[in-house]
Write a protein that binds this ligand. Structure first.
Ligand code: NAD
Ligand code: UDP
Ligand code: UDP
Length: 320
């Protein structure tokens, strides 16, 4: 898929999993890309193949500090996304979401740039309605161990809509559901990377709780299509728009698929369920279908095969 884009594009968190795929696609479309990252969870390795491009610039910078650049578009992705990483320094996580949003919105306001926020399905918390539509306000614990992420992202959404109402900033807010694919961090504790890494090493597969909780997994290429379409949608389409794959699986089903595709001899082992772990999560993507004409195309089976291939080559590269 090809979406026409303006020339100067800032991607915060651009050396991370989603950010690096986004930088790939933006450069391929002919844009100039400024990638900003403090390398907390991202890595130069994710964008090393882009460094030789004269249209790509990499800046080490923390978005909680002001940033002065001249751009037409801002994709604000900077924020650790997995519980292990966002709970490592929860105060910094909230600062990244909130101060980061303020700085990037201030930048957008000054230069008249359109700005995209990578929000999350976590704004719905442990949802009481299923699947989740954008008009559902969520059920979030404000003082728990996931709150730094969930409430930080909720406050960022508030800031986006207030900058729009108060300062006419041109905003786009996507609520991203669980996404997986190559360049996921191997040790970030997310379920897809955990299961694949465990299966490839024939270690036990760690199922948290009874494994009956559900998630819906979107392959990264599909998600990037949705992000680009939202960014270039008409100005009145502000979101929030859910982006995710509605196909829903239990963690036991996911484990079985990974074991089958890796031909692993790993066994299942059961561990306690983490605090505030949502029982089920599935996006309602009616709005994205209507306003963006977007729907995911890659099946879990095909996406897992590509992700397994990535981790296999990563481990073989590390052995060499
Ligand atoms: P990631 O951890 O791979 O990427 C986040 C990037 O932000 C990293 O490169 C990290 O170094 C950088 N970063 C963190 N704090 C920063 C700071 N203060 N200043 C500058 N850079 C900083 O995670 P990801 O999965 O690529 O997620 C990208 C965005 O998408 C995040 O905002 C996340 O909340 C959101 N999101 C992701 C998912 C998913 O399933 N992957 C789901 C919902 C939302
Ligand atoms: N900001 C920035 N880059 C810019 C413009 C602003 O990082 O190009 C930051 C600025 O430091 C400020 C924040 O964005 O803290 C919010 O800017 P805004 O203009 O909304 O607020 P003010 O400067 O009035 O506090
Ligand atoms: N999970 C699991 N084993 C693992 C890692 C995670 O069973 O090794 C479960 C986790 O408890 C949750 C689901 O998988 O119910 C998705 O977890 P992840 O951290 O990937 O995403 P999130 O909870 O943020 O949706």
């Amino acid at each position: 898929m090809r979406v026409e884009l303006l020339k100067q594009i800032l991607v915060t968190g651009g050396a991370g999993f989603l950010g690096s795929h986004l930088c790939d696609r933006l450069l391929a479309s002919g844009a100039d890309v400024v990638c900003v990252d403090n390398f907390f969870t991202g890595s130069k390795r994710n964008v090393a193949h882009l460094l030789s491009s004269p249209r790509f610039e990499l800046i080490r910078h923390d978005v909680t500090f002001p940033l002065y650049v001249e751009v037409d578009r801002i994709f604000n992705l900077a924020c650790p996304a997995s519980p292990i990483h966002y709970q490592h320094d929860p105060v910094q996580t909230t600062k990244t979401s909130v101060h980061g949003a303020i700085n990037m919105l201030g930048l957008a306001k000054r230069v008249g740039a359109r700005i995209f926020q990578a929000s999350t399905s976590e704004v719905y918390g442990d949802p009481e309605i299923h699947p989740q539509r954008e008009d559902y306000w969520g059920k979030v614990n404000p003082i728990g161990t996931r709150s730094c992420y969930d409430e930080g992202k909720r406050c960022a959404e508030t800031l986006f809509f207030d900058y729009q109402r108060q300062h006419s900033v041109d905003i786009k807010v996507a609520r991203i559901f669980n996404t997986y694919g190559p360049r996921m961090h191997p040790n970030d504790g997310r379920v897809v990377s955990n299961f694949i890494v465990q299966a490839l090493q024939n270690d036990d597969i760690t199922i948290f709780g009874d494994g009956q909780q559900t998630r819906s997994f979107c392959y990264v290429d599909d998600l990037i299509d949705g992000m680009l379409l939202l960014m270039e949608s008409p100005a009145e389409v502000t979101g929030p728009v859910n982006l995710g794959n509605p196909a829903e699986f239990t963690m036991l089903e996911l484990a079985e698929s990974v074991l089958r595709l890796t031909k692993s001899s790993s066994k299942l082992t059961f561990r306690p369920l983490p605090a505030d772990d949502p029982r089920q999560r599935q996006p309602d993507i009616t709005l994205a279908k209507e306003v963006l004409g977007w729907r995911p195309k890659v099946s879990l089976e095909d996406g897992l095969k590509k992700t397994i291939e990535y981790f296999r080559s990563l481990f073989e590269g590390n052995k060499r």
